[in-house]
Design a protein around this ligand. Sequence first.
Ligand SMILES: Cc1cc2nc3c(=O)[nH]c(=O)nc-3n(C[C@H](O)[C@H](O)[C@H](O)COP(=O)(O)OP(=O)(O)OC[C@H]3O[C@@H](n4cnc5c(N)ncnc54)[C@H](O)[C@@H]3O)c2cc1C
Length: 831
Amino acid sequence: MKTTVKALVVGGGAVGTSIAYHLAKAGWDDVMLLERDELTSGSTWHAAGLLPLFNMSYATTHIHKYSVDFYKELEAETGLNAGFAVVGNLRMAQTEERMDEYMLYASTAETCDVPYEWMTPDQIKAKWPLIRTEDLKGALYHETDGYINPADMTQAMAKGARQRGVVIERRWQADAFHWTGDAWEVTCTKMIEKGGNLIPSDEQIVITAEHVVTASGNHAQTTAKKLGIKIPAIPVEHQFIVMDQDPELMKFRAEGNVEHPVIRDADAQSYVREERGGWILGVYEKNAPAVFEYGVPDSFRADLFPLALDRIEDQYMAMIHRIPSCEDSGLKDDFNGPICYTPDGNPLVGPAPGLQNMWLAEGFSFGITAAGGTGYYLAQMMVEGEAEIDMASLDPKRYGDWMTTEFAARKNEECYDHVYTLHHPDEERPACRPLRTSPSYDRQAARGAQFGFVNGWERPNYFAPAGFNDHDARSFRRGGWWDYAVAEAKAIREGVGLVDATAFTKHRISGPGATAFLDWFTCNKLPKIGRINLTYALTAHGTTRTEYTIVRLSEEDYYLVSAGAWHAYDQDYLYKAIKEKEPEFGRINAEDVTTKYGVFAIAGPKSRDLLMDVIKDADPATALSNKRFPWLSAKKIELGMCPVNAIRVAYTGELGWELHHPMEMQNYLFDLLEKAGEKHGMKLVGARAQNWLRQEKSYRAFGNELGRDATPAEADLPRFIDLNKDFYGKDEMIAKGVRSKCVTLLIDGPDDADPWGREALYTDDGTRVGRLTSGGYSVAFDKSIGLGYVRPELAVVGTQLKVRMLNQLWNAEIVEDSPYDPKNAKIRMDG
Ligand SMILES: Cc1cc2nc3c(=O)[nH]c(=O)nc-3n(C[C@H](O)[C@H](O)[C@H](O)COP(=O)(O)OP(=O)(O)OC[C@H]3O[C@@H](n4cnc5c(N)ncnc54)[C@H](O)[C@@H]3O)c2cc1C
C-alpha cells in the first residue's frame, strides 16, 4: 500500500469522495482516500437524495448549483448512472409571509444564476391534480433540480476519481495525526469485522501526506479529538418513511403524466417525493435528539435508529391533507439515521484551526447536495490557494474556543428543528442563550435590550419597551422593531447614543518584529504613535481576509481591532502568519485581549459634551478638542475612576469615541455614562441602527462588502491601500484589476420594506449587473439604502439601476461614497 501521498482524504462518503475526485481534477496526481468501512457506509447510504437548490446563503447556493450541474455530467464521464431524476422542486407557501420568504430567496437565487419560476395554486392543480392547493398562496418552482441515488452518485465519483489516479483504500481508519513541519504522518489502522462490529486490528501503517482533508461525517467528534481541535459537528436523528403504492398516483403516471416534483410543504415541516408508485415523506420535526455527542460506537455501522413515529405524526397528517390519495397507503419502509449538523446549519469547510495543511469538510446536513460543490471549491482552495467564491460563511473557525460539546449538541438540535421555520433575516434563535455576556448585559436587558447572537456574545440589536416581543416583531419587510431602530439612528445623528461594541475582536501585537510584520501583513500605511488607521490583511490572491483598525501604542506595540463575529477566523490567520514570518522579522508577541476590554461607542454631535462632564483632566474643557484629541487618534483618558483607552473614531460617521475599558469596570462606566447622559438625552443604541448609519457613510462591513471574493481595490478603498509599500497579496490584488466595484445606492423601495443586502441589481433593460451586499433604511435621506457590487463601468455617481425586492423592480441610484456628510465635517467637528 502506498505510504507517501500529496493529499490524504479521510472518509469515503459523498463529501470525501467528491473532494478526492476534484483534487485529482484540479491537477493533483497523488491523492489517496481512506475509508474505515465501505464507501457510502456513513450517512450517505441512507440519504433521501434530494438536491435542493434553495438556499439563503450566497456561498452555499453556489455550492449547491455546482453540484446539480456536475451530477448531470457524471454519467457521461464515468459510464455509471447515478439515478439523477430531474423532476424539479416545488416549494409551496401556505402564508403570505412564506411567499415573502421565497421572494427574498428568489433574489439570492438570481444573484447566483439559479433558475426559478412562480406558480399559482391553480397552475399547480392543473399540472399535478393530486396535490390539494386551496390553502396555498403560491409556490416557487425550480425546474432544474430533483433527486439522485446517493450511493450510486458516490460510486460514480469514486470511479471518476480512480480514473484520474486517486487511490481508494477501504477498511483503513486514520487514527493519529502528527505534523512533522513539512507533512502529516497519519497512523492508520486496518479495520476488521468481529461479531458484526468494526474494530481495529493490530495492523498499522503510517502514511505521509503533505495535505490531509477530513470528511468523517458522523465521526467528527472523534476526528476532533484526534486532531486536538474543536469541531461543532454533531449529528441529529432524521427520519423519512416510504409508503406503499398509491393507486391514484399509479393511475396518474400510467396516463403518461410526468413524475411529481419534490414537493416541499415548508409550513408543514416536510418534503414528499415519488418512490416506485408510492411516496416518500421526510420531516424536520420538533425534538429530534442529537446523537453521538462523544463519538460513534463501534457497533454502529451502516445502521439506523428505530422509527420514532410519535414525533412525526403531525407531518404525516399534513401529508394526507396535502395529497389525500395517499391516505390508505401503508408504511413500506422507514429510515431514522444520523444527519450531521452544525449550530448554524452550514458545513465546516476550509483550513482547520491552528493546524498547517489540515483541511476540514465536516458537519454536512445537505451533504448529498453539497458534496459536488464542496469538492470543487475546496480543491480550489487547496490547489490554488483560494476559491473563486468567499468561503468564509463555511469556515471551520466560525466558532471559537468558547464552543463546547453541550453548546454544539443543543444548537444543532435547534438548527434541525428550524429547517422549515420562516427564515426571517432578522431572526434570532433562542437555544444556549445567554452564554457570552458583557458585564452590563443585565443593565441593558433591564433597559429593554433585544439581543442578537454574535459569535456567542449577546449584543443589543435594538431597545424596546417592556413587554415587547422580538419574536413576533420579525418580518421579511420592516419588522415591529423598525421604529425603535429609526429613533436610535436619529439619536446618534442629532444627539448622542451609546453602542455596546464589547464583542469586537482585539489583539495586542508587540515585540521587535511587530512593525515589520504588520507592515507586510496589512495594506495601509502603519499609523504613527498615538494614531489609528483602517487597514486590510489580504489573502494570497489579493482579496480581503480581515479588516483591522490598528492603534499604534508605541514604536513596536499595536492594538488591533477586528470584527466580533470573526474572532477565531481572524486570529487563526493572524497567528499562522506570525508563526511563518517570525524567523524573518524577529520576535512578535501576540496577545488576545478580546475578553480583557469592553467597548462602548459614544457617538453623536453631543458626545463631546457628555464625555467632558465625566473626564478627569487638568483642563476638561479642552481634553477632547481637535487640538488635544484629533480625529483618528487614540489616548489614555480617565472617565471618573475608569481608565479608558479612547479612540476617536465612530462607525456611525458622527463625532464620537470608542471607549475601550477594563472589562471588570464596565458596569461602573455604564452607570457613569448613563447618569451623565441624562442631561444630554443619551439613548442606548443597538446594532441595527448602527448598521444603517454606517451605510450612510459607505463604511464597508466585513462579511458583506469585504471578503475573499473581492480585493480592497474592488471594494473601492484606495485611501486605505498604500501602493508605495510591499504587502502580502499586493501583486495579486493589482493583477486582478477591478472585476466589479463597490458602490452605495439610495433606493426608492416599497413603503413597508428595505433591502437586506441579498438582492439582485439590474439596468433598465433587465440585464443583471450586480447585487446588494448590505441594505437598510437611511434616516438622513428617508429612503432605503444599500451597498453592493456592480460592473465597474456602471460604478458612476448618478447611474440609475433597479433592485429586485418583493418580486418587483424598484429604482436605485448610485450615489457618491458617504452620501451623508461626504466631507466628514461632522466627524471632525471641533469643540
Ligand atoms: C434520513 C436522512 C436523509 C437524508 N436526506 C438527504 C437528502 O435528501 N439530501 C441531502 O443532501 N442530504 C441528505 N441527508 C444528509 C446526508 O446523508 C449527509 O449530509 C451526507 O451523507 C454526508 O456525507 P459525508 O461524506 O459528509 O458523511 P458520511 O456519508 O457519513 O461519510 C463519512 C465517512 O467517513 C468515514 N470515516 C469516519 N472517520 C474515519 C476515519 N478516521 N478514517 C477513515 N474513514 C473514516 C466513515 O466511515 C464514513 O463512511 C440525509 C440524512 C439522513 C440521515
